[in-house]
Design a protein around this ligand. Structure first.
Ligand code: GUE
Length: 336
């Protein structure tokens, strides 16, 4: 049996076409409105540059204004957090992502950074609030892009997820953990494996659907895969290849040529999960823009007049003086 290749490139194009239509209908209703995405990069990792370029190009194709906020390697944590606050507060920005991993001179806490992005603009779905929503089955926040792309690809195979045995290799914040939760809420029975898991290949052989995100080139061999399984490969590993102009080529975490002989469906690398990550980021950005527009236009009566006046509560000492005054006046009035 030779597996079917699941083309992420094709599916992501279809998603983009749909987004183009959504953006143009938004523009028709509100001509001055444009969805806007800020991509924050600390330092200049070569792989991040490539991914960001992919995101900028996709945004341009769709009609999303993307802004590449490039910050130096020696930026401090506080400066970075301040920059994120500015973007959170800017009404023109609908989506914010901080490209991971940070290429910083300092030891910046990645969780703190992703949590500094407002949950309303967290189109990467990495804020703890959005992660928590996904974990508890509330899909009303933002769903992380690579995991959302994986689920979309599985659904497009037509293979039902409910009741299936899913094995996820990897427990990262960005892929392994959220993809296992999404599939759990799609009613699969999910096993999560990681670096300390014993008898890995025995467990992967039980998977009807195998999702791999471990970052080791071609680690999953054909013999690890159950015949007829769906295999989703999230790995992107450059390996030296003298025949290429760049001196390297990309391989996944799965040995593709072996998997294709055993599985029913396999995602290739490149043109598998990678383009889906980008498409889902664009989808979340358009969703975020629409939500923010709706919030802006929602009728706020009877609070509207109050909102028009920026009311600041008076300082405590003024309140005290006011109370004391009232007390004196009332007391004096009762005396006379
Ligand atoms: N906060 C954050 N959000 C991310 O979404 C995020 C991140 N950090 N860190 C790194 C990963 C990786 N990632 C990819 C984006 C595009 C391709 C992509 O388009 N890949 C092409 C090939 C690209 C190439 O030629 O190198 C493909 O697979 O066909 C892959 C991977 C986003 N990531």
């Amino acid at each position: 049996m030779v597996a079917q290749k699941i083309s992420g490139a094709e599916v992501s194009r279809a998603i983009e076409d749909d987004l183009v239509a959504q953006v143009s209908s938004l523009r028709q209703q509100h001509p001055s409105f444009s969805p806007r995405l800020a991509i924050v990069q600390v330092g200049g990792r070569e792989d991040s540059n490539v991914y960001i370029r992919m995101k900028l190009r996709a945004a341009e194709r769709i009609g999303i204004q993307a802004e590449h906020v490039k910050l130096p390697r020696d930026i401090t944590e506080n400066e970075l957090l301040a920059r994120l606050t500015e973007l959170n507060e800017s009404p023109a920005v609908h989506g914010i992502i901080v490209q991971m991993p940070l290429d910083s001179q300092f030891d910046i806490d990645g969780h703190k950074v992703t949590d500094a992005v407002s949950p309303h603009k967290d189109v990467d779905g990495l804020n703890t609030i959005n992660e928590g929503r996904v974990a508890t089955g509330d899909m009303g926040g933002f769903i992380p892009c690579t995991p959302a792309g994986c689920v979309e690809l599985i659904k497009r195979t037509g293979v039902p997820i409910a009741g299936k045995n899913v094995v996820v290799l990897g427990r990262s914040k960005i892929v392994g953990t959220p993809v296992s939760e999404l599939l759990k809420w799609e009613h699969a029975t999910v096993t999560v494996c990681h670096s300390k898991t014993r008898n890995l290949s025995e467990i992967t052989k039980t998977a009807d659907i195998l999702v791999v995100a471990i970052g080791r080139p071609e680690m999953v061999r054909g013999s690890w895969i159950k015949p007829g399984a769906v295999v989703i490969d999230c790995g992107i590993n450059p390996i030296p290849d003298a025949t290429k102009k760049t001196g390297h080529r990309l391989v996944g975490d799965v040995a593709y040529s072996e998997a294709i002989e055993v599985a029913s469906h396999v995602t290739p690398v490149p043109n598998g999960v990678g383009p889906m990550t980008v498409a889902m980021l664009m989808k979340n950005t358009v969703l975020s823009a629409r939500r923010q527009l709706e919030r802006l236009l929602a009728p706020k009566w009877p609070l509207t007049p109050l909102r028009l006046v920026p009311v600041k509560p008076p300082p405590r000492y003024l309140l005290k003086i006011f109370c004391l005054n009232t007390y004196c006046v009332v007391t004096l009035c009762t005396w006379f």
